[in-house]
Design a protein around this ligand. Sequence first.
Ligand code: IVH
Length: 694
Amino acid sequence: MNSAAAKDRITQLSETLKRHNYAYYILSNPSISDYEFDQLLKELEQLESEFPEFAWEDSPTRIVGGDITKNFEQVAHKYPMLSLGNTYSEAELREFDERVRKVAGDQFAYVCELKFDGLAISITYENGKLLRAVTRGDGTKGDDVTANVKTIRSIPHVLTGNFPPLFEIRGEIFMHRKTFDRLNQNLRQSLLEQGVDEDKIADRLYKNPRNFASGSLKMQDSTEVAKRGLDAFLYFVYADQSVASSHAESLALASTWGFQVNQNYELCRNMDEVWAFIQKMDKERPKLSFDIDGIVIKVNAYDLQQELGFTAKIPRWAIAYKYKTESALTLLEKVSYQVGRTGAITPVANLKPVSLGGTTVKRASLYNADEMERLDLHTHDWVYVEKGGEIIPKVTGVALQKRDLFAAKITYITACPECKTPLQRKEGEVVHYCPNDSHCPPQLIGRLEHFVSRRAMNIDGLGSETVAGLFKAGLVQTYADLYLLTFEQLNGLEFESLDDVEGKVKKRSIKEKTAANILEGLAASKQIPFERVLFALGIRMVGETVAKKLARQFGSIDKLMEADKDSIAGMYEIGEKIADQVINFFQDAENRNTIAKLQSAGLQFEIAASEGLERSAILEGKKFLVSGTFSISRDDLKALIERNGGKIVGSISKSLDYLIAGEKMGPEKLKKANDLQINIISEETFRALLVQPE
Ligand code: IVH
């Protein structure tokens, strides 16, 4: 493309994408699909990299997404971001009211608002346009997270109505509980698929929506932030000139400018009304779609606020009443042990049903043997349960005064409750494992679940519960058995599913339509490419990327099964640990047998010829380093080298045979390669190397 045409196209794409962004983020009404949007964005990125001189300073590639903000810039707050005094007690709340009353007399009002459990943000608008968004930081200066805040749909980029020319609005950024559950589930799934052990997964998941929200807001890549579904409520306006005479009025005004103001606020004339609001919201709290941790009480009239003023740290005209974490006392009926799909054991307290935070709790996590030891649990103890940020409640303590004199200490099990294999505990780890991964039922079910999951064989109609049902009904043991299922076996099959939180067992059955769907899904899965089949086998440490590399390097399952450890471990970014897992997996006779069955069922165990992945040994023994950008992705280029017998190395050294130099290669690398007299070749020259001599 010539330079004039490129300039035109860049302008056209930038304008179009801005319009779509506006429709998406501000009007909440996307005008094209995400996919179409991403395609246009990619085209723009490509053009901008070729013709950087025409890129807009506020190009859509920079504003949403892109790796622009490596570190956040610190910005001083024009008005310090103070915190609030807080209390958990009604008496202290009444003391606060008395102090206020001494200054304000009796005829005034409070505004009671929800105290959102998120992170504070201060957003500056100039002439109705979002200028800057800064986190609370240390109260005097915070992180400039404007690019990220702009991805939050409920925060307007452009205001409507009659707003002051320059002002700051403060509020709270948070994540809805449902979004949190969904994203955390996805994260869990992808960690499992990457081969992360179950006991390590808990540490890597977010503990509550607040953490997830704050982690998201501090991400460097705004396109990622946009996927986190963050939301915001605004609750305070700061402007140099007066915009309203009371807080409630400013909230109403802020709504007319386009801000999302939570409508659960009330004007109260005295502490009795305040207290009634606090209690009402405490009851309604479980029904909200987001977490709150209390109620904020603010004097409504601005002139009174001013008169009351501030202490060094906090306003005298506002206070936060915080709800205590609810706990309940109940009887421990027994401790049971769950076996996870990787064999990790979790002890669970089975409780006399008790009501807590709006739900009935029957089970609570005891985490591991150390935690049980810490609690020193005895039979029929009375225990305190709490709902933390986690979905499953936890046991926090024992009411010792209620312990029976003859109660026996509960000791941790030594054998797997499902298959009776003696448990193991690795050095330095807290979790016990059942090592019987090829016969222990929950572990077999886990492998089946992984096999049918969306990113593996993606079999329609077969979710985790159905798979577990098929296993328990004795219809499938390994994933090869799935391909022998018949309509008669599936149709009407009844199975049970267990609700983790409440421990309720629900009965379910497979309907005619689902049965047909499952069979169709299984038939369709026979076309799933080899690399995904390889991933679906559930070899430890073989996630999607490794599966892809192995598939491309070896081309077929037969070649991979014949491969020795060195030829796997020698691959770029594979290494010995993964190679060991692969070798172990294929040495197991049962695994080989299962694969043979899958082969006869017609699954793809070779790379498709259409992918044109020819292989050769033409680069045998040669070491390559690739740097810069090429006509194909760097990963594809590396795969091409490996398929032809070459080796990829990560750094320049004397033993390097070729450096393939792409566009935008770093100058230091070039210099070092020159100094060491390495062969520096272009992509074209490299491709010429691949042509077999006649
Ligand atoms: S007003 C000077 N209102 O709670 C007034 N804060 O503990 C400043 N918060 O830093 C804050 N919901 O992050 C206010 N409705 C609400 C709030 C709220 C949550 C947070 C905010 C603040 C912290 C104080």
